[in-house]
Design a protein around this ligand. Sequence first.
Ligand code: FES
Length: 564
Amino acid sequence: MISRLRLVSGFILFIFVLGHFSNHALGLVSLELMNDTLAYTVEPWRTLPGTILIVASLTVHAGLAVWALYSRRSLRMKSWELFQLISGFAIPLLLAAHVLSTRGGYEAFGLNEGYKFQLYAQWIETPYRAVMVFAALLLVWIHSCIGWHYWLRYKRWYNQALPVISGLSILIPTLAVAGIISAGFKVTRLAEDEAWVTRLVRKVNKQGDAYVDFILENEAIIISSIIAIILSVLAIHFGRWVWKQKTSVMKLRYSALELDKPIELKVPRGHTVLEHLRENRISHASVCGGRGRCSTCRIHVEGDPGNLPPLSLEEKNILQRINADPNVRLACQLKVDKDLVVSALLRPNIGSKEALNQSRHKPGEEQEVAILFADIRAFTKMSESQLPYDTAFLLNRYFAAMGKAIEEAGGHLDKFIGDGVMAIFGIDKPLKTGAQEAIMAAKRMSERLEQLNAALLHDIKEPLKIGIGIHSGKAIVGNMGYNKAISLTAIGDVVNTASRLESLNKDLKTQMIVSSKTVQISELDFSGYTPKKVSIRGRADELDVYAMEDASKLELELKTELVV
Ligand code: FES
């Protein structure tokens, strides 16, 4: 509800601001056009519905800013959040006099003097006011743009539209400021004529000092009220901090890949995990600033998820969206009301785009998967007789072909190692489907290799040959690595065995070796092939496998119905 209110009120204020900016830009054309356009950009906001809309939006938006400052448990925040907070409070301070002189003057004194008077009063009579309004214009615009950016960046279309949006976000304020400057110079020239000035200020002068006093007195009231509110909220924060020092009781144990060992904190009841981490200067991903929109703060919580505080609707929706396990919660939403052991699932500096694509896996989740390894036969020898550029070109073509075959079959492309490829199948599916997809991927890789060799006929001396090894079993699957090199991968005996099956192709002079276990799990019909026993380095027992010279010739028929 709070997010929606902030969005709707922000949207209405943005429309108001956009109207003003467009109007200012017309100063590049003429003062008359600027003034005439006020009928469309300002007058509607002076009607009763317009007034209700703008006053309600301002009140809600400002109230939510105060509430956000009050309700956060820690004043540590990201720089953009700090900017939003400071600019949010600075804008009314800078604009108070301007609003009082325009809307206030209209309501209290019936003055509706338009751009010429406002520019004369600010540009010529009180230039420091013009500087304040300029600063406010820029702050308003940057504040709006940051708000929209942090709201929209979770939408998949946003990145495509970003170049256009960025262009508009620079063009609109530039035209507005240029329009005001141009209009300011025009008024300066007109003000050289004393008769013109006399006519311009006649109506205002009739009010005597009342108009100016009205502005200055009310400006002082607004500014002191805003400062009093900010100081009160900060005093509450200080009081909370003092209280917390006396009442720290809960234990929060936090681990992350970046940490050498888990950190144990003593924390007060009722604050969120993210607030505690921030307060203790522990870096943790929180792209949306803890608003429950991005899911980057997701953590794995040890123990029975039924004992944790219930999910809010917002948290539930976002966790469903990323298909999270029951033990996964959002650090920015989960309040600590008992001792907790949690671990980070994403690295602290992850970006929003990357987070959207991250798997639900925590570091080290054991599950059954099918692993495929492939590499190019005699590639080292081949590359010795080629220029480095040619080798890179060839490898990139090969990786593209193999990567496509794996992804089309439904696998997760884990990594390219030298001229080798590793892929995982069945991460978010039954193992039977994973095994089927792994074998299907091998067939497609073989087919694509034939196409690639045909395409490179005149570029390479000999056609490329590959070896493929497939095995299935339990592995630890999760996001592993360090810093930006963290990715979803698998480790375990099944990985080593698949790799060794791939190497065995050299000895058996085959293209693909798949373990009988994988074939059985897949329920694909391999009755036309004969299994054989092979010895694998590092394994005591021999392994039953199917070895074939050309995986593209595989006739893949299911013994039972397809598993989806
Ligand atoms: S920080 Fe974005 S959802 Fe928690």
